[in-house]
Structures are given as C-alpha cells and as structure tokens.
Design a protein around this ligand. Structure first.
Ligand SMILES: C[S@@+](CC[C@H](N)C(=O)[O-])C[C@H]1O[C@@H](n2cnc3c(N)ncnc32)[C@H](O)[C@@H]1O
Ligand code: SF4
Length: 453
C-alpha cells in the first residue's frame, strides 16, 4: 500500500465511523430524557449563575435547495411562512429572556438555511428584542451566514447598521462544471461583489466556506478554486469534506454518485486545498478551519483559548449557548437541548407557552471530563490528561483503557502518548477525529454519528 492508499483507507474508515465532535456526547446520543421541563431547569440554573451567554438563531429557509446540502432547511418561494416563523421566534426569545433575565451576550450567530432571506423589518424586530431583553455591547460578536447570491443592494450596510460585524459566505467551489453538478451556479464575480459590498459597509471580518469531495472536482480545479478564494483575502476559511448522505438528505439524490471522487482523489483534493491555503499564509485551525495570522481565531489557537461548538471552531468562551428556532441546539452547563425540527411542531409548542425542546443530554461529570479531552484534541491536536483530570477532580487512571486503544497509532509513530500527555504528531483531520474517538465512551453504543457538515 502506498502512503496515499493507506491514508485514503484511514480516511474512509474514519468518515464511516467517527463523528466530527461538534459536541460530546454527540447528537445521535441525545434522547428524550431532555424535554421542555428539563430545559426550563437548565435555564433556571443559567439564571442562578453569572457570566455571559451566546445566542444562536436558526433560519431554516432558502430560496432553493442546493443538491449537496446537508443542513436543516427548506425552500420557500413565499415570504409568508418566513414572516410567521419570525413571530414565533420572537415569542421564544421572550420566553427564554423571562427565565434567565437580562444577561450579557458575548456572541450572536445567525445560521441556517439562509438568514439573509429575512426582511429588514424582521431583522430589526429580532435585534430590537435582543437589545431590550439582553445586554448587548460593542464587544458582542455578531455573525451571520450569508448566501452571496442573495445579498441585495444595500443589505450589507443594513446588516452593519444592526450590529453585524462578521459574515461567513457559502462559496463551496468556483468551477462551473462543479457548480452545475451541485446545483449551485455562483460566478466568482457574485462572491467578489458580495465581499466588496460587505467590506464597504464595514463588515470587514469575512469567512468563506469551501467544500472538497464534490462531483467533477479535480486537483487542478480545486487548486484554482482556492486561488480564486484567496485572491479575495477572506480572514477565515472553512474547508469541509462533502458528506454524501442521500438516505438522510433526499436532495442529495440529485448528485450523481458516480461522479463523486473516490477516496484517494478525495484525500488528494483535501491535501491540495489544505496545502494551497497554508502556503498562502493562513494558519490551520483544528480539523477544518484556517485563519489569517492576526485573526482572533489564530490568536485563540496560539493562546489555547480556542473552543469547539455546533458552529465548528469559535473564539466564544461563554459556557451557555441558547438556540432559537426549529432544530436549533443549545448548550448550558447542565447539558444539551435540541428543539424539534419540524417548524409546525416547533410553532405549536411555543405558541402554547412551552419550550420546544425535543431531545438533549444531561451531562454527567464523566461526560464533562471526556468532552474536555475531546475538545482539546480537536482544537490543539494534543491533550494533557493529567491536567484535565485535575480540573475535573478525576483520577487520570480513568483514561487507561482509552490510551490502550491508541497503541496502534503510537506504534505507527502518528501519536505520542507519554506520561498522560497525548499528542498527534502526524497532523491530519482524520487522525485527530480518530484519536478523539478513543475517549468517546458512547461510540458504537447505538445511534449514528452526525453528518460531516
Ligand atoms: C448554512 S450554509 C451557509 C450559508 C448559505 N446557506 C449558503 O449556502 O451560502 C452552511 C455551510 O454548510 C456547508 N455544507 C452544506 N452541506 C454540506 C455537505 N453535505 N457537506 C459538507 N458541507 C456542507 C456549506 O459549505 C455551507 O456553506
Ligand atoms: S447550502 Fe446554503 S443555500 Fe444551499 S440549500 Fe444549504 S443552506 Fe440553503
């Protein structure tokens, strides 16, 4: 086996079996043990503690669904359903605020779906609620996911006016053949115009989402995509591996699976993109992010304050993330809580004055301990088990069986496990996920891992 074959089979194995750990325990291990009542209890606990909170708003609507999309969203040609959704969202925000009080907010994140589908009136109403019900300051990070194809004239200035100071743009791939194959025609000029509009409005912190592993991609085309992206000088880049799960996301049946790159090519595509981004001077962050040297995320990496959450990597250090909207996931010190996915069901619960939590996870002390180890590995590619165990008043011996699982990787020279310090020496996203999974007490105990988006 060549080195590439070996790495490709490792990648295939890991993709099939190992989560990306945007939470621990991962979403497939959430259950009905957490519902509306327990979420109320989670929030009571938040109310009793100090510290900032972060807010996530999910907008599950798009103009049309891209073939490859794995997000929880649906197409809406009419605005009426979105307007109705916003009304319920405002009730949900008021319910949470009534329970936790006027808290300082460290981050606001609008995700989706396509949040820029909201009308200016809807944005103003929700942001108005945030200001009325929470303490939002000039240092609150306020980020939004934007579809560059639908950034109308004057929109960037409007968003800057309501306090948005960071935007991530869905770029995916610039190659016309790839764009045709994934059902998303988006010329480079469209992205360049969006970038210009956002920067002109003062939203200077920009991130691009790119995807490798798409149909019709070649090493040369991916290289060109990365070069085109870098010419626009985003502050951050996310490089996702395409997750093809057509049994779970029926829209992906529109992707011709015979055109998907095989595992060797897929790995080469990742390496090509990764190498080109790094050569352009970006700092690799964890398993799939990059940032300019002076960006807050690169600084957080060097200071070891980087965190991982449902949005991927973050500089946000708040212990509580409140999720608003259908399917949104929140995290409080007590545990995770996810809203019901169906918007009708979510609406019904909220209008009846109940939280729409459908599933979640109460965290045990051992969950917290393991979550800490897994987060350290995915952020920094190493973890000091003794220090982490001490932080959680635990005995480092609890990790003995986990360390044994790493023996083949240690023998291969890919991982060093020495005196309770685990360190990945052959960097690679797939390896970091595999090492993290050695500390996952639930892996293989039912539930399928979350798709790689
Ligand atoms: C909510 S979208 C971004 C905002 C906006 N909806 C757009 O597409 O421009 C989140 C990102 O998830 C990524 N994504 C979606 N489906 C994916 C999949 N199946 N595999 C990997 N990444 C995916 C894309 O890079 C996309 O930009
Ligand atoms: S990639 Fe973005 S625009 Fe396309 S369907 Fe998914 S959420 Fe909507």
């Amino acid at each position: 086996m060549t080195q590439l074959d070996e790495a490709a089979s490792l990648e295939t194995l890991i993709r099939a079996t190992v989560p990306r750990y945007t939470s621990y325990p991962t979403a497939p291990h959430f259950s009905a043990e957490v519902g509306a009542d327990s979420y109320g209890g989670f929030l009571d606990q938040v109310a009793a503690e100090d510290g900032p909170v972060s807010l996530y708003v999910h907008i599950p609507f798009c103009h049309a669904i891209c073939h490859y999309c794995g997000c929880t969203t649906k197409a809406s040609r009419r605005y009426a359903p979105i307007e109705a959704y916003v009304e319920v969202l405002r009730s949900e925000i008021a319910m949470v605020a009534a329970q936790i009080g006027r808290r300082t907010v460290s981050h606001i994140h609008w995700g989706g779906g396509t949040p820029n589908l909201l009308s200016t009136a809807a944005f103003e109403a929700i942001v108005g609620d945030f200001h009325r019900l929470f303490a939002i300051g000039s240092d609150t990070e306020h980020a939004i996911e934007l579809d560059p194809r639908h950034l109308g004239e004057g929109r960037a200035r409007f968003l800057a006016g309501i306090g948005v100071n960071r935007a991530s743009l869905g770029v995916q791939d610039f190659d016309p053949a790839v764009q045709a194959a994934i059902g998303r025609i988006q010329p480079a000029e469209t992205v360049a115009a969006a970038v210009e509009q956002l920067r002109g409005a003062g939203i200077s912190s920009l991130s691009f989402d790119l995807i490798y592993g798409l149909p019709e991609q070649s090493v040369a085309s991916v290289r060109r995509t990365v070069e085109t992206a870098i010419a626009l000088a985003p502050d951050r880049i996310s490089l996702f591996g395409y997750a093809h799960v057509p049994w779970f996301r029926v829209n992906q049946k529109l992707i011709d699976a015979s055109k998907l790159p095989g595992s060797n090519l897929r790995l080469e595509l990742e390496r090509t993109a990764h190498g080109a981004i790094e050569t352009a001077g970006y700092v690799p962050i964890g398993i799939d992010h990059f940032a300019r040297h002076d960006d807050a995320m690169a600084v957080a990496l060097s200071k070891r304050t980087l965190r991982r959450n449902f949005q991927g990597y973050t500089t946000d250090r708040a212990d509580t993330l409140i999720g608003f909207g259908a399917s949104s996931i929140g995290r409080t010190p007590a545990g995770y809580a996810q809203n019901v996915t169906d918007t009708g069901n979510w609406r019904e619960r909220i209008v009846n004055g109940r939280f729409a939590t459908e599933r979640g996870r109460l965290l045990t002390p051992e969950d917290r301990l393991r979550a800490d180890v897994i987060e350290q590995i995915l952020c920094f590619f190493d973890a000091d088990l003794t220090v982490i165990a001490t932080r959680h008043n635990a005995d480092p011996a609890v990790f003995s069986a986990d360390l044994e699982k790493l023996t083949p990787l240690v023998r291969a020279g890919w991982v060093v496990a020495d005196g309770g310090h685990v360190s990945i020496v052959r960097h690679g996203a797939e390896l970091a996920r595999l090492v993290a999974s050695a500390f996952d007490a639930y892996l293989g105990t039912g539930g399928r891992h979350s798709v790689a988006v």
